[in-house]
Design a protein around this ligand. Structure first.
Ligand code: GRF
Length: 203
């Protein structure tokens, strides 16, 4: 199977990026991470990319007159690297129309809660504060909303009485590192069929 090129957008430590890079390197996903782009030049995720010999690009949003111009540059970099699928991996911005239009149906995100519950920032802490007995994580396609796109995979974890927001986040993160590479693999093997809000997995 022909390898696909992945582009990753990151803002922070990049542990999900690492799980995808590792799965590609191990031959578990028929893809390569072609470029990693961050809106924050100090993001450790950029360092992880460099350590793996992957092009790492920092783009400072305040260098651009508006979001459209900022995203147009990101689109250009992604296209220059022949990117098929964009993986948001801890990217702390809402994707705008410029990026969405250029990569319609080809942007994925991982969220640390069972969507549609607890969208937005700090999904793990929101769930822990609410007092749910189970939480988890969700890989979804990205649309114009905040964590609203069609759901690809979810994993459930229990919440224990002695959990803190941090211990719960750690338990969820383990599952993120399992299901994000898996969702990317399914996409790269052309096994995801999107029908409206439903994503079916072709077996
Ligand atoms: C993860 O919890 C992910 O679910 C959320 O942002 C965090 C990124 O962590 N979208 P990392 O940078 O991948 O380590």
């Amino acid at each position: 199977m022909e390898k696909k090129n992945l582009g990753a957008l990151v803002s922070g430590r990049g542990s999900n990026l690492q799980s995808i890079m590792d799965a590609c390197a191990a031959g578990k996903i028929p893809a390569r991470v072609a470029v990693v782009i961050s809106d924050y030049s100090e993001a450790y995720a950029l360092e992880r990319a460099r350590q793996s010999g992957i092009t790492a690009v920092a783009v400072n949003p305040s260098d651009y007159p508006d979001k459209a111009a900022y995203e147009q540059y990101i689109v250009q970099v992604l296209q220059e690297h022949g990117v098929h699928l964009v993986c948001l991996a801890g990217y702390m911005r809402l994707v705008g129309a410029t990026l969405l239009d250029a990569f319609t149906g080809r942007i994925m995100n991982i969220h640390p809660a069972l969507l549609p519950a607890f969208p937005g920032l700090h999904g793990q802490e929101q769930a822990w504060r609410y007092g749910v007995k189970y939480s988890g994580c969700t890989v979804h396609f990205v649309d114009g909303g905040m964590d609203t796109g069609p759901i690809i995979l979810q994993a459930v974890v229990p919440v224990y009485d002695d959990d803190t927001a941090d211990t719960l986040a750690d338990r969820i993160l383990e599952q993120e590192h399992r299901i994000y590479p898996e969702a990317v693999r399914l996409y790269c093997e052309d096994k995801l069929i999107v029908e409206g809000r439903k994503v079916r997995i072709w077996t």
